[in-house]
Write a protein that binds this ligand. Structure first.
Ligand code: 13P
Length: 250
């Protein structure tokens, strides 16, 4: 399985700043072919980033999308608008979308189906809040999020990556320990096997939540961690490159 190291820039970097980053970053990863690398800039930077990535093997990601092709949906972005820009991946169900913008499982399911239909690889984000973890509900929460998100596209699991991002670890500087992450990743692997027989060894399960160039090497040693979805540390091209290097070394 090829591991995936992905950057979620969230609401950071203007077009100029995004291009400045890529100027520094792309030469560093020019010769890296052992892992897949993806960057998800802001929507406004997608078009320029797409041109910049044209002759590179770094994949382009969007941070969200709506499920309809077009129509009266003020402020939304359609899958056609993303495929036109050669967007390869879309991050769906991110905890910030779920918690700050009230996205529910059934909406995420519609987006997942639409992404797969349009040939955009979804990275489905799942994860429990601190309260849910303390109540011992982590695995139940993750199971419900995954089962509802992939309903109707179970046979397409091979086109889907899953990111386990515990809410309490996102942007806090407190990452899940390798043991905590591995426990949930193992559970997700078994769940995929139940949902879509034979695809459990093909679906990549990424970890996200305060990944940095210090903790990446320990986390990636776990057998069911197949890459990362990095927020804060991906905003610095050197730090993101170091994380990629740790994944390659593992
Ligand atoms: P941080 O790496 O800043 O914790 O963010 C993780 C994340 O939400 C990636 O999608």
């Amino acid at each position: 399985m090829r591991y995936l190291v992905s950057a979620n820039w969230k609401m950071n970097k203007t077009v100029a700043e995004s291009l400045e980053y890529l100027e520094i970053f792309l030469p560093k990863v020019e010769d890296i072919t052992a892992v897949d690398i993806m960057i998800a800039p802001s929507f406004t930077a997608l078009a320029s980033a797409s041109l910049k990535l044209e002759h590179s093997h770094v994949y382009l990601g969007a941070q969200n999308m709506y499920y309809m092709d077009k129509g009266a949906f003020t402020g939304e972005i359609s899958p056609l608008m993303l495929t036109e820009l050669d967007v390869d991946y879309v991050i769906l169900g991110h905890s910030e979308r779920r918690h700050l913008f009230c996205e529910k499982d059934d909406l995420i399911n519609k987006k997942m189906i639409s992404a797969v239909e349009h040939g955009i690889r979804p990275i489905l984000c799942v994860g429990e809040t601190l309260e849910e973890r303390e109540l011992g509900k982590t695995l139940n929460v993750v199971e419900k999020q995954i089962r509802t998100a992939v309903a109707g596209i179970e046979k397409d699991m091979i086109y889907i990556d899953i990111a386990y991002e515990p809410v309490w670890a996102i942007g806090t500087g407190v990452n899940a320990t390798p043991k905590q992450a591995q426990e949930v990743h193992r559970f997700i692997r078994e769940l995929i096997s139940d949902i879509s027989k034979g695809n459990d060894e093909k679906t990549r399960i990424l970890y996200g939540g305060s990944v940095n160039d210090k903790n990446a090497s320990e986390l990636i040693k776990e057998p069911d961690i197949n890459g990362f979805l990095v927020g804060t540390a991906s905003l610095d091209p050197d730090k993101f490159f170091n994380i990629i290097s740790h994944v390659i070394e593992a």
